[in-house]
Design a protein around this ligand. Structure first.
Ligand SMILES: C[S@@+](CC[C@H](N)C(=O)[O-])C[C@H]1O[C@@H](n2cnc3c(N)ncnc32)[C@H](O)[C@@H]1O
Length: 311
């Protein structure tokens, strides 16, 4: 299906915008117009090429894989267009090798742009290592299936053997070959690869007594510019940072007291420590329903951030 006009506009599904589609124009009319042509042919951009930008181009006649194998330095931007569609249908192992080469050469924080109409896209992120700290029964992994199959490895780390037994059954049932259960402490666990692309804590940070050590361990494991994702209960500081939620004295006092009975410790310090160590890509503070207790709402946050300093 063709989806055009930007995300979320369901009325646009199936429509193809023609006004700036230079592929369409050139095939129907045989020519481009100044407004509807590739970016490099637009008058201002073409002038920049003539004024010297073209001298900075280095042209290689090679396959993408061939080029990457000969290229030494890190690459920060990849524009791959749609050549993978063709490889996907005919030479899938070559496509996998190409992606591995891209991952190997990509600089920290590199960006890629491509489009693909292939139905088999497991080459994307195959090299990724995800560590789910305090992963419990692995119930959250259900939300990520079928993308789990694209990962190099997913570790579900938890201290509780009974929770992990449930996770083990789930993994067997699901047939996830690349998921490993590890009984270990989130404050000290290290993956065999000694590095991770993503570390998550889902409602586990509040149950880890030395949660600062757990965050610092995640920081040590994560590759440069790699991501952390957290969802958990919390309470705001008495004087939160500008733009952050404020909680009443009652909220700040009641929830830590109530949760303590369940060995859960919502902290006013999670969000500031996370912002200090990670550049936030997403931070939302909200109120969640409490199971079986109508009308009551408990404060929680979701945070996704990149390891600071080395992007
Ligand atoms: C509330 S459960 C969340 C489970 C799962 N992440 C989820 O969202 O469904 C918290 C989990 O953290 C685990 N946990 C507590 N302290 C831990 C530690 N120091 N290291 C690893 N896991 C820990 C507990 O055993 C428990 O399974």
């Amino acid at each position: 299906m063709i989806q055009a006009g930007g995300p979320g506009k369901s009325g646009d599904r199936g429509r193809l915008p023609l006004s700036d589609n230079y592929f369409w124009r050139v095939s129907m009319t045989g020519r481009y117009s100044p407004e509807c042509c590739p970016e490099y042919l637009k008058p201002d951009n073409f002038q920049m090429l003539k004024d010297g930008l073209a001298e900075r181009l280095s042209v290689h006649t090679d396959s993408v894989l061939g080029f990457l194998e000969k290229h030494d330095g890190p690459i920060s931007r990849f524009a791959l267009s749609d050549h993978m569609d063709w490889l996907s249908g005919r030479y899938f192992p070559l496509l996998e090798a190409e992606w591995q080469a891209i991952v190997d050469r990509a600089a920290a924080g590199a960006r890629l742009i491509w489009r693909s109409a292939g139905s088999q896209t497991e080459y994307v992120n195959r090299a990724g290592v995800w560590v789910d700290m305090g992963g419990g029964t692995g119930a959250n992994l259900e939300y990520s299936d079928p993308r789990i199959g694209h990962l190099a490895k997913l570790y579900v780390v938890d201290l509780s053997p009974s929770m992990l037994a449930v996770a083990r059954n789930r993994i067997r049932r699901r047939g996830w070959q690349n998921v490993e259960i590890v009984q270990a402490d989130a404050t000290s666990f290290r993956p065999a690869e000694d590095a991770a692309d993503v570390v998550t804590f889902s409602y586990s940070l509040t149950m880890i007594p030395d949660w600062v050590a757990a965050v610092e361990n995640a920081l040590a494991i994560l590759k440069p510019a790699a991501q952390i994702g957290i969802v958990d209960f919390y309470v705001a500081r008495e004087s939160p940072a500008d733009g952050w939620a404020r909680h009443s004295w009652f909220t700040r006092s009641f929830w830590p007291f109530w949760f303590a009975a369940y060995s859960v410790f919502p902290s006013p310090d999670h969000v500031s420590l996370l912002h200090r160590h990670f550049a936030p890509a997403h931070f939302v503070e909200g109120w969640a329903k409490v199971p079986y207790v109508p009308l009551i709402r408990v404060p929680y946050y979701t945070f996704v951030g990149r390891k600071r300093g080395e992007a």
